[in-house]
Write a protein that binds this ligand. Structure first.
Ligand code: 8YV
Length: 325
């Protein structure tokens, strides 16, 4: 009998095909977002679960799944998973780093350009039929080329953004818990958070979400930014206090924002929808076909490796394999 695998969201057919050769797959073809109760019920007899970032893997789920040995998340972020609880129970967790780095960095730049140059705001105005003449001072934005880019969180995606910034002749500063390897070679210098906020013409958030980074950008931090600055969040909702950001934009305390992630997404703080110069996208940072297929396949290859008795490709808690079950 094949081991049971639950796939919580509809995924590419080639991924299902590869997994079905080894697993008895229960696939959420309807692509409904299950409640935690529904997820627990469906996962209870499973050996492995293939989740996405909107699925919460907590002790209640782990307790409901006595046969569980592995969680593969189709995301690089893993703040939705109680990693310590998984490790304690000997449940291996894998994520999908690297394959989405470049696509997500592209999206960071897309949001930066669109927000700084008021692309969405002016398009909304044009579509509303308000364009009756050209004017010298219409929708003047901020220069991206030659400006100072602040990167909060200089990991793989932050470094990919810094590489792009070189092509725009930008000065790059970053804030990270430690000196980022390779940052100096990219011409990026490390500063404190307050220095980053005060000096950046454009601020890019690329750090993981945790209790330590919850609302790391709030009213105080927005107040330290330049009134001409752009804020871009391609990391996680909750890193920014969305209510404080909407208030800062409405009061022109900063000039613009580009957001791909939100607190409580897919619900949005209604104040963000009313903010003047804001570009909003529905968590599509990694959303190119090659990147999403790469992520989905990497998650699958991790699952297949486990069943083949091979080491996982991208484990988050390899030590779980040693925990007696
Ligand atoms: C995913 C992401 O598309 O990888 C991540 O952490 O945020 C996105 O790239 C999304 O989370 C789907 O699970």
């Amino acid at each position: 009998m094949k081991p049971k695998l639950l796939i919580t969201r509809k995924v590419f057919p080639e991924v299902i095909e590869a997994l079905s050769a080894v697993f008895d797959v229960d696939h959420n073809l309807a692509d409904d977002a299950w409640t935690p109760e529904e997820l627990r019920r469906r996962a209870s007899a499973c050996r492995a679960i293939y989740v996405v970032a909107s699925d919460r893997v907590d002790t209640a789920l782990l307790d409901a799944c006595p046969a569980l040995v592995m969680i593969a998340t189709g995301s690089v972020g893993y703040n939705h998973i109680d990693l310590a609880a998984c490790t304690a129970r000997g449940v291996l967790v894998t994520n999908t780093p690297d394959v989405l780095t470049e696509a997500t960095a592209d999206m960071g730049f897309a949001l930066l350009m669109a927000a700084a140059r008021r692309v969405s705001e002016s398009e909304r105005w044009l579509r509303a039929g308000q364009w009756d003449r050209w004017a010298w001072d219409q929708f003047l934005g901020a220069d991206v080329h030659g400006s100072t880019l602040g990167v909060l969180g200089m990991g793989r995606i932050g470094s990919a953004i810094a590489r792009r910034a070189a092509g725009f002749s930008m000065r790059v500063i970053y804030c990270n818990r430690s000196e980022a390897p390779g940052a100096a070679a990219l011409g990026a210098s490390r500063v404190t958070l307050d220095e980053l906020l005060a000096q950046a013409d454009h601020l890019m958030l690329v750090l993981p979400y945790s209790t330590a980074t919850h609302h790391i950008i709030g009213e105080r931090e927005l107040g330290l930014m330049k009134p001409t600055a752009t804020l871009v969040n391609i990391a996680r909702g909750g890193i920014v206090d969305d209510a404080a950001l909407a208030a800062a934009l409405a009061a022109h305390r900063i000039a613009a924002a580009g957001l791909d992630v939100f607190e409580n997404e897919p619900a949005l703080n209604p104040a963000l929808l009313k903010a003047p110069n804001i570009v909003l996208t529905p968590h599509i940072g990694s959303g190119t076909r090659s990147s999403r297929l790469g992520m989905a396949m990497l998650a699958a290859r991790n699952l297949l490796a486990l069943e083949a008795g091979e080491p996982p490709l991208t484990p988050l808690n390899a030590q779980a394999l040693k925990t007696p079950r």
